[in-house]
Design a protein around this ligand. Structure first.
Ligand code: FES
Ligand SMILES: [Fe+2]
Length: 360
């Protein structure tokens, strides 16, 4: 497999702990097909769009004419049209038309798009290669496949005032729910559960928790449809695929399942753009509410997280495990820090500190 485009400026002066030579999830496959869309990444403004076959292309988001954002433009049969004066670009970046030129003349010199980066669509996401080495398709994360055809989905984005590593950890942390989300989906009455079934691979970690949901509103209706009278139990599996994709997969009985994907796009040590997709699988029961309402519920939950997560200091997570205290429920955050440190330093795991709570 070969990729067009060159890779330059792969380090970033404004984002700490930015791993190189890996694939970052930058947009959903749904968003790509609606393209063009902007991809802000570590101080770079990029534009993503589909070619005539629907394959992703990624360039610097600056029109060579007057610097307008091409993400504001539109697609015409696999070509990208600038929103300002209508210059038209082929999928390889070549300028095909500069409409205000006299009839019959060619576009001016150096009118092609620049800054192309290797990009590929795989398993529902668009992935950008970031690093000086040639792109390596074998490093694409192997996300689980979902039968999206009969699942509904919504997607949106959320701006975090913190470093991407804190956003990733907030999506790996279950024990905050009882304190931060008690107004939405969590109950302080149910016992706190410790993640179990920890799975660790070179670039993936996952674990599962079970918990009780407060039975109110739509969940009351669900419980009666399920023919239950006691507490509603949910099971959530938290997964993370290095370097920037979280999956939070929640089932409530066999009636409801939500699978939330969150791609954290690093911007600076105090800014992360999260692009998320939430899939819903519903059996013989449909909760009332529209896609707009579903997005609004997720936003409310993110705002609850954000109120606390943006206060954490330092903004990048400490990679020295002795710098913060750890307990058993932090197992996924600890494993993330180990994985992250290993990728950033290639330091052998054996030399890294062990959290006291977890023993040797
Ligand atoms: S700025 Fe794009 S055509 Fe003028
Ligand atoms: Fe949360």
């Amino acid at each position: 497999m070969s990729f067009p485009g060159s890779v330059s400026e792969t380090t970033s002066p404004q984002v700490s702990q930015l791993a190189q030579n890996c694939w970052y999830a930058v947009a959903s496959g749904f968003a790509l097909q609606k393209g063009p869309i902007s991809v802000p990444f570590a101080g770079h403004d990029l534009v993503l769009f589909p070619d005539a076959e629907g394959r992703p292309r990624l360039f610097s988001d600056r029109c060579p004419h007057r610097g307008a954002s091409l993400a504001l433009g539109h697609m015409e049969a696999g070509c990208l049209r600038c929103p300002f004066h209508g210059w038209k670009f082929a999928a390889d970046g070549t300028c095909l038309e500069a409409p205000a030129e006299p009839a019959g003349s060619s576009p001016p010199a150096r009118s092609s798009l620049v800054g192309e980066r290797p990009v590929i669509e795989s398993r529902g996401f668009v992935w950008m290669w970031w690093g000086p080495d040639p792109p390596d398709p074998s490093l694409l994360p192997e996300l689980p496949l979902f039968p999206a055809a009969d699942w509904s989905h919504v997607e949106s984005s959320f701006d975090w005032e913190t470093h991407f590593s804190r956003v990733i950890e907030s999506n790996l942390d279950n024990s905050h729910a009882y304190w931060v989300h008690k107004g939405t989906f969590a109950s302080q009455d149910s016992p706190l559960s410790i993640p179990v079934d920890l799975r660790k691979e070179d670039r993936m970690i996952a674990a599962t928790v079970s918990f009780e949901l407060p039975v109110k509103g739509a969940l009351k209706l669900l419980r009666s449809v399920m023919g239950q009278s006691g507490p509603l139990c949910a099971t959530t599996t938290f997964s993370f695929y290095y370097p920037n994709l979280n999956i939070v997969d929640t089932s409530i009985g066999d009636q409801l399942r939500f699978v939330f994907f969150n791609a954290s796009l690093p911007q600076s040590d105090s800014h992360t753009v999260a692009r998320w997709v939430k899939y819903s699988k519903r059996k013989r029961f449909r909760l009332p509410g529209s896609a707009t309402k579903s997005v609004a519920i997720s936003r409310t939950i993110f705002e609850e997280d954000h109120g606390v997560v943006r206060s954490q200091r330092p903004t990048p997570v400490p990679l020295d495990l002795t710098e913060e205290r750890h307990v058993a429920s932090d197992i996924l955050s600890i494993e993330f820090r180990r994985m992250h440190r290993r990728w950033l330093s290639e330091e052998p795991l054996a030399t890294m500190a062990r959290p006291e709570a977890l023993g040797s």
